[in-house]
Design a protein around this ligand. Structure first.
Ligand code: ZN
Ligand code: ZN
Length: 141
């Protein structure tokens, strides 16, 4: 997991402009384990930064993903979620309450090695392990 300073350094290396808004987004995402949605993050940030816009949030998220600082999870067709932990790991999405959390999958980081070789693939750059179902809280109701 990266620190805000490391995030800024990574962006600088890539020639990206460091703006107050980008720093605010890095700060808000750093070390998070709760996978905030774009809406949640926007709500949190707009409380402090009245100039924050949804467009800035999305374009910065794109930049952070390209820099390898976050993953943009498309696990739910209704909204996107951000994850600052970028190593391959599993995600579980509860279809009843919408809860999203990490799940540990054996050998997830080497998951690509488990694939049966395929002649048509030259290189894999991105892997997602999405699991859908009902969480234990929702089953009790
Ligand atoms: Zn649930
Ligand atoms: Zn995660």
């Amino acid at each position: 997991m990266w620190t805000v300073d490391e995030g800024i350094a990574t962006l600088r290396e890539r020639g990206a402009k460091i703006t107050a808004q980008r720093i605010a987004i890095l700060k808000q995402l750093q070390g998070r384990k709760d996978h905030p949605s774009a809406e949640t993050l926007y709500r949190e940030l707009s409380d402090f930064y009245s100039t924050m816009s949804v467009a800035t949030l999305y374009s910065t998220a794109q930049l952070l993903e390209e820099a390898g600082l976050i993953k943009i999870l498309s696990i739910d067709e209704k909204r996107v979620y951000f994850d600052p932990y970028t190593k391959t790991h599993g995600h579980f999405f509860c279809r009843t309450c919408g809860k999203l959390f990490d799940i540990h999958v054996k050998e997830a980081e080497n998951f690509e090695n488990a694939l049966i070789e395929h002649d048509s693939i030259a290189q894999i750059e991105h892997t997602e392990l999405f699991f859908y179902g009902t969480c234990s809280e929702c089953v009790k109701i």
